[in-house]
Design a protein. Structure first.
Length: 170
């Protein structure tokens, strides 16, 4: 099975990808880590791969027999939509996303949660902006998803996740 989980910042993509990976026994990949590889030491600056480097890693992932990918739906990863069996769109309300973004930022600042970037105020405000852009329909992901309606499952809450799991467990 090939699953592509997408949605705005703070919608729970990584959390759901990890959960589905455990329950369905399928490896998951965060495309944030494809673009920004994890930094090994505290004093190293976060590196961003070029689009060509990112695409090479991404294409290697797509060559696997099964996968779970999670991403905000970057345009240059659209091939993942094409090759997936199911696209899960996490359509979580703006208020919940805003709260999750703020809690994540606090946890990262207090060292409770790891992150691959410096959790500065500037990043917090960027995440709020990206979340609002989803709400107003200004993202590439939303434009690209219109071509894959037949295999897109919209998830708004835990009940929707449970229904998806009961339909897709072996």
């Amino acid at each position: 099975m090939k699953l592509y989980i997408t949605g705005p910042v703070g919608s729970g993509k990584t959390t759901l990808a990890k959960r589905l990976s455990r329950e369905l026994f399928i490896d998951y990949f965060s495309l944030d880590e494809v673009v920004h590889p994890p930094v090994k030491t505290e004093n190293m600056k976060r590196k961003k791969r070029t689009i060509q480097e990112s695409m090479a890693v991404f294409n290697h992932i797509l060559n696997n027999k099964s996968w779970i990918i999670e991403d905000v739906g970057r345009d240059y990863f659209k091939r993942g939509f094409e090759e997936s069996d199911v696209i899960i769109l996490l359509d979580i309300g703006q208020g919940i996303r805003t709260l999750r973004i703020f809690i994540r930022w606090l946890k990262q600042n207090f060292g409770i949660e790891k992150c691959g970037y410096k959790p500065r105020l500037r990043m917090l405000f960027k995440m709020f902006r990206w979340s609002r852009e989803y709400t107003t329909g200004k993202t590439e992901m939303q434009k690209n998803l219109q071509y894959f309606k037949e295999k897109t499952v919209i998830v708004k809450n835990e009940k929707d996740i449970q229904i998806f799991l009961s339909d897709h467990r072996n």
